[in-house]
Design a protein around this ligand. Structure first.
Ligand SMILES: [Zn+2]
Ligand SMILES: [Zn+2]
Length: 260
């Protein structure tokens, strides 16, 4: 298609513009955006015959990965990066342009008064240290400076979600924005997924034998990628792909979430 993902150029710049104006893009959205950028770039070059639509541009997942890697090399000196994380429920990869400077997130993470920055920081700390990285309403408002209005504002601004237990958890854009800081400051509370090497912030599995962590989706998917018997991936007799331990014959050997 005449586009080299590994050579920084106009297409990378166009994709960066697209990412900077969006809270978050999923892998399929990013593939479509990249196709649009390639098409737009082609149309600026009269000598070439442009394709009819972005759909006609064949962009693979690997093209997105290579383009993002090239972008990140260019962005590094600027203190910016395209962060990626996996949605725990369906394994969809998500991207977001983030600031890599320490503490830069706190200004972005709240549109409230400057006095809200410290309570939001304390709330993130409490979330990092909480079992399963979620807080009930009572636990959340027990954090100094946090009240119901602040929680509602953070939900409205898309920094917090309620999970299926109604606990407050970080939203995916917040995970993308904060994962580097969380890993640096609360590394003992978080680990990378053994399978995909991105941080497990919400809804993980932990092997009781080797303590490796997995996104829920990665844990369910690993039989397909390793050729192991799918029957063994869950429940009694489960095999951990990291340590190959049969995790005893007990379903409880694989403990749910980060509750360990
Ligand atoms: Zn994973
Ligand atoms: Zn293990």
């Amino acid at each position: 298609m005449g586009f080299d993902p590994e050579q920084y150029g106009d297409v990378h710049r166009l994709l960066l513009q697209s990412l900077s104006s969006r809270r978050m893009v999923t892998q399929p959205e990013c593939q479509h955006l990249l196709a649009e950028c390639i098409l737009y770039d082609l149309q600026q070059t009269p000598a070439r015959t442009p394709a009819a639509s972005p759909v006609a541009i064949d962009v693979r997942r690997r093209d997105v990965a290579q383009t993002i890697a090239t972008l990140n090399r260019a962005l590094k000196p600027l203190g910016l990066a395209v962060a990626q994380a996996m949605q725990p429920d369906d394994g969809t990869r998500c991207y977001r342009l983030v600031d890599t400077e320490p503490d830069a997130w706190s200004a972005k993470a709240t549109t409230l008064a400057p006095t809200a920055v410290a309570p939001v920081g304390a709330l993130v700390q409490a979330l990092a240290k909480a079992p399963r990285h979620g807080l009930s309403h009572a636990e959340a408002v027990a954090v100094p400076g946090v009240d119901g209005a602040l929680l509602e504002q953070l939900i409205a601004d898309g920094w917090l979600d309620r999970d299926d237990r109604s606990a407050y958890v970080l939203s995916m854009p917040a995970v993308l924005e904060l994962q580097r800081m969380l890993a640096d400051e609360y590394g003992a509370c978080f680990k990378d997924c053994w399978s995909c090497q991105t941080l497990v912030v919400r809804d993980g599995w932990c092997c009781a034998t080797c303590a490796q962590q997995f996104h829920r989706f990665c844990w369910r998917r690993y039989p397909q990628t390793t050729g192991l018997d799918p029957v063994l991936s869950e429940g009694p007799g489960a095999v951990c792909p990291a340590c190959m331990d049969h995790a005893s014959a007990s379903a409880t050997a694989i403990v749910e979430d980060n509750d360990y």
